[in-house]
Design a binder for this molecule. Structure first.
Ligand code: DQA
Length: 149
């Protein structure tokens, strides 16, 4: 089974970007750790990052029929993008929303997400570990879905 990790705008700056909020790990190190964890569970993982909303939408479309589950940290687009929400619903691939920071303990404009209500689950506030928790949650969800078929 194949999974897709999507990271939105400014997450390419992890490691240098506001380390007090987002930690010191680079996106590359997070991605390689996640590759290993997915592999150990018998899943393939593809990773994609873009600062451009339309590129994120296009990548989600490409996943149709090829990917069984999506992990997404849409960055600031979480709070603004109906287009990303619609693309996830359009391909009907189950997804987990994740954030490094606890968006609900930050500015009010980060309290609304266009993705949460349709997600399998939401992980927020555990720094780079949010990615691992989201992966475990998604894999567990997919396994349970298989069993219930
Ligand atoms: C973020 C939270 C967003 O509000 C912010 O715009 C980001 C990162 C997080 O991972 O904590 O870019 O998604």
């Amino acid at each position: 089974m194949s999974l897709l990790l999507i990271n939105g705008p400014n997450l390419n700056l992890l490691g240098q970007r506001e380390p007090g909020i987002y930690g010191m790990d680079t996106l590359k190190s997070i991605e390689s750790r996640l590759h290993e964890l997915a592999k150990a569970e018998g899943f393939e993982l593809e990773c994609f990052q873009s600062n451009v909303e339309g590129e994120l939408v296009n990548r989600i479309h490409q996943a149709f029929g090829k990917v069984q589950g999506i992990l997404i940290n849409a960055g600031a687009y979480t709070h603004t993008s109906i287009a990303i929400r619609d693309s996830l619903l359009g391909v009907s691939i189950p997804y987990v929303e994740l954030h490094l920071s606890n968006t609900y303990s930050r500015e009010p404009f980060r309290h609304h997400s266009y993705l949460s209500d349709k997600a399998v689950g939401l992980v927020s506030g555990f720094g780079p570990i949010s990615y691992q928790l989201a992966l475990q949650g998604l894999i567990n969800y997919l396994r349970m879905s298989q069993q219930n078929k």
